[in-house]
Design a protein around this ligand. Structure first.
Ligand code: PEP
Length: 258
């Protein structure tokens, strides 16, 4: 049993409207008892326009609020961008950076991801930094090389990243939204590799950092994934849109013997 507190975040992506969010948020708050949120760091990441709604609905429930993205600039003439300071001002505690959808669809590269991570940390937000290989890269046995490259780019964050504030999300691209999950053994091997690489590039705190898995996590597979020694929770996409499924995954994190 390691001493890392499990971490489970829901990435709502570009889903929701005010009425649906209200129902989802009140169901989450209703089932997040004090014991559960003390045992697991639980975070929801709605789209930007709904962050204020979510901040008000989550109140003192113990469920944290996160954004799905953050600008790499501090402030200024950057039309359409949202700064880390604005997110902190709205009550966010976390920002996801480097999600594979942004890397693939919006061309975000390793250095931009690191710059966004630095902005988040600099504004006092936690950073949930996503890395992971594509199916083609896995089939070409390049998984470790890709992860090593993505981690190397994060080296400038090592001194800034306190263990409560920095979460690495291993999300194999082939498992995101596909219903195809990495096996617990495949995910564990990647997580152990990631932890070792983080230490190698200068994260002296690597043993204490949470490394969470993302990619078609569901109530039915969460416990076996989270019971692996280097898997400290999950980043949840589709299943985070159902309060029952998301909270079942949170409970699995609380019960896992990782
Ligand atoms: C994600 O988008 O981060 C994700 C893991 O999605 P899903 O759970 O739907 O695969």
């Amino acid at each position: 049993m390691n001493s890392r507190k499990p971490f489970v975040a829901g990435n709502w992506k570009m889903h929701g409207d005010r009425a649906g969010n209200e129902r989802l948020l009140s169901a989450l708050v209703g089932s997040a008892d004090a014991g559960l949120v003390a045992a697991v760091d639980v975070v929801v990441c709605p789209p930007f326009p709904y962050l204020a709604q979510a901040a008000a609905a989550l109140g003192r429930s113990g469920i944290g609020l996160g954004a799905q993205n953050v600008a790499s600039w501090e402030n200024g003439a950057y039309t359409g961008e949202v700064s880390a300071a604005m997110l902190a001002d709205l009550g966010c505690r976390w920002a996801i950076v480097g999600h594979s959808e942004r890397r693939t669809l919006l061309g975000e590269d390793d250095s931009l991801v690191a710059a966004k991570g630095a902005r988040a940390l600099g504004a006092g937000l936690g950073a949930i930094v996503c890395i992971g290989e594509t199916l083609e890269e896995r089939e070409q046995e390049r998984t470790e090389a890709v992860l090593a490259r993505q981690i190397e780019a994060l080296a400038p964050l090592a001194a800034q990243a306190r263990e409560e504030q920095f979460v690495l999300a291993y999300e194999p691209v082939w498992a995101i939204g596909t219903g195809r999950t990495a096996s617990p053994e495949q995910a564990q091997a990647a997580h152990a590799f990631i932890r070792a690489r983080l230490a190698a590039v200068g994260f002296a705190q690597a043993a204490r950092l949470r490394i969470v898995y993302g990619g078609s996590v569901k109530p039915s597979n969460a416990r076996s994934l989270f019971s692996m020694p280097d898997i400290d929770g999950g980043l949840i996409g589709g299943a985070s849109l159902s309060a029952d499924d998301f909270m079942a995954i949170v409970r699995a994190a609380a019960l896992a013997e990782g």
